[in-house]
Design a protein around this ligand. Sequence first.
Ligand code: HEC
Length: 381
Amino acid sequence: MRRMRLIPLSAVCAILAATLLISPQPISAKKPFATPSPTLYNPYPPGILPADLDSEIARVQREITFIENEALAQASALPTPMLTSNPPTIHGSGYQAVKILGKLLNFDLNMSPFRNEACASCHMPYVAFSGPIPSVNLTMIAYPGSFHFRAGKRTAPRYTYSPDFPVLELDPSLVNATPPAPLAAFFGGNFWDGRSTGYKLQSPDAEQAQHPPVDPLEMGFADTACIAFRISQAVYRPLFEQVWGAGSLDIKFPNNTESICEIPGGASVFGTNVQPVPLKAADRTKADRVFDNWGQSVSFYERSTDVSAFTSKFDAFLAGNATLTPDEMAGYNLFRAQPTAILVILTEDPAPWRRARPTPVPRRQPGLCSPASVTPIWACP
Ligand code: HEC
């Protein structure tokens, strides 16, 4: 049975008053709330938190806001959706609508308790969608979360190819191999350890986008319903409803939802309750659906040519439109002779169990051995 513990507003206020000090720095396309910032958390030895951390975070927030505003402009330039056919489909601009929605969600700083952290805080375009702060990369390695300065567990990898990773699965050809190779039998999933399996949405990348919002070290909401709540307040709410259905955000959020969503996960007031927003069962189901749709939209943006344009010389070469130099060709042949190395280098993915699959198989192209023209993640052995 679902826990529906209601937190009295007075308790929430007391917690906020006790733990939160200074006034807010919400930087977002959405009209900011008067959200307090937390007391600094610094249990680290000297030298771990870089001296320019605050100014660098502020810089990245400005950049994120710029891109969010760009996405808002793109959203307003979308044509009125033409919903036709059965099943009803947005004709003409459907792909654009989902991609722009994904971009808006990905770069929205409101998707964190203190409205100061988006997915993009750790994945920016100019560093191939990895961590954008040089001093953090040299010191903390892991990136600061919404609650400053809790920090994630690992370095932020690029996600340029992550939408192409398959659902975590056992390779049937290896399960019964002799000698048994249990590690080598797994492949797919997202994250270094594949814990975003993709079992439910059948997309590890879409499910991956459901982890940071409720990771107390990252975006840090206490409840997944806070994502639905903040989207329901967003200026781009109409676009979300166009894509995912009128009424998808009609959820009866209790009056204290904002107060609850402003408290980061892990706060003692929540105890072990991971659903502190008291929703009726039907509303909880709707919020869960919004959370699934959030992941799917974010993932579609990550898959788009905005993220991986596949316009490199190597892509042109695979398409037969460019010639490699002798050195480049020698390198290409070397990798062709070692297909596992191709997989590792082109996906920048050193996870040993992913590397272990002996022969990478092209997934989205007809004819196993014709080089891909647009998705050169795979090459022929
Ligand atoms: C605080 C920094 C931080 C934030 C915020 C963050 N990420 Fe990440 N991201 C990471 C780290 C660290 C990892 C690797 C963690 C691991 O593998 O355990 C990661 C991994 C990923 C991966 C997996 C890539 C792969 O090769 O499997 C994707 C995709 C991704 N992030 C997208 C997102 C999206 C989408 C959001 C927002 C919903 C987001 N990230 C928010 C730091 C962050």
